[in-house]
Design a protein around this ligand. Structure first.
Ligand code: KDG
Length: 315
């Protein structure tokens, strides 16, 4: 299986028992979230070999996340527990249509202790792609140096880099996000971005502008995620489009991470542009039909059957 390297924070995600304003919700279930970990779980379910670099609190919740990631088949050999830094938490508010808001309790995340020196070449052994996101960059300014170290080693070893801006304006400002991310774009091979995020980062998002960004920053593939409107890919001076699957979402959080795992799976396995978009759309859609940030991520045979629209034998 192809090895995939990612790094980032994870949190305990408190999932509300009801939809609607959080102030009226008194019951939650304890789940696990975190953009890069969701991505890693998505990769593992599809049969890739994801290695997730992280730091967790030396507390009960840190154990929960560690065991969960490990149980999902994520390589956690580069995850360490840090005493004195509580595992981060977040509470989700979910609306009737499955969209939601996040309330973070994430002020001293254990991952902020990670230093560039801890990013060593051995972590890249057997890795075919490195996947980074803007969430990691948003958590601490020191993470820029860590990210640059990851990029430096990946470049040296000729490993391609995929990047999802995953902009969380509750964690940093528009200015911080766009300055930091623009500075890294020249090192990105595959950009997986929401349409709004791209606008926030670079400005105009008409086709011609996107083509000029691809050339300016030398990005080989730009993938635009547009939720229920489907997705688009700009590669080798050509555009490809694929409509979304028709689903009734119950919780849209994590759909973008699922899409990314699907797209990277397709990329590593040499799918055509249309097949890649379709496969990633399917994974993203399936995530939205299950409550939780990563529970809906499909196994490979399940997403294949979903794409073929096979009837599932239930009993
Ligand atoms: O993309 C989904 C993630 O955002 C979610 O699982 C947790 O909010 C989160 C974060 O910042 O990682």
């Amino acid at each position: 299986a192809y090895g995939v390297l990612t790094l980032g924070d994870a949190m305990i995600a408190f999932q509300p028992a009801q939809t609607g304003p959080l102030r009226f919700v008194s019951e939650f279930s304890r789940k696990v979230g975190g953009a890069e970990l969701n991505f890693a779980i998505g990769c593992a379910r599809l049969g890739l070999n994801p290695r997730w670099i992280s730091r967790l609190g030396g507390d009960e919740f840190g154990r929960v996340i560690y065991n969960f990631a490990r149980g999902e088949g994520v390589d956690v050999s580069s995850v360490e527990f840090v005493e004195g830094y509580p595992t981060s938490l977040y509470f989700k508010e979910v609306k009737e249509d499955g969209s939601g808001s996040s309330f973070y309790y994430r002020y001293k995340s254990p991952i902020t202790t990670l230093t560039p020196d801890e990013i060593t070449e051995e972590l890249f052994d057997n890795i075919s792609i490195v996947h980074l996101t803007g969430v990691f960059l948003a958590i601490a300014t020191s993470h820029l140096a860590v990210t640059k170290k990851v990029i430096e080693i990946a470049k040296k070893k000729g490993i391609p880099i995929s990047f999802d801006p995953n902009i969380r304006l509750k964690l940093w400002t528009k200015e911080q996000a766009s300055t930091t991310i623009r500075d890294l774009l020249k090192d990105v091979d595959i950009l997986l971005t929401g349409v709004d995020e791209l606008e926030l980062l670079l400005g105009d998002i008409d086709q011609e502008s996107i083509e000029s960004y691809a050339h300016t920053y030398n990005i080989k593939q730009i993938v635009l995620k547009d939720g229920a409107s489907g997705s688009k890919l700009y590669i080798g001076n050509k555009w490809f489009t694929k409509e979304a699957f028709d689903v009734q979402p119950v919780d849209t959080v994590g759909a973008g991470d699922g899409f990314d795992s699907g797209f990277i799976f397709a990329y590593l396995n040499g799918f055509t542009p249309e097949e890649s978009l379709n496969f990633a759309n399917a994974v993203g859609a399936m995530v939205t039909t299950v409550s939780g940030d990563n529970e809906g991520l499909p196994y490979l045979n399940v997403v294949e059957a979903y794409i073929r629209q096979d009837k599932i034998i239930e009993r």
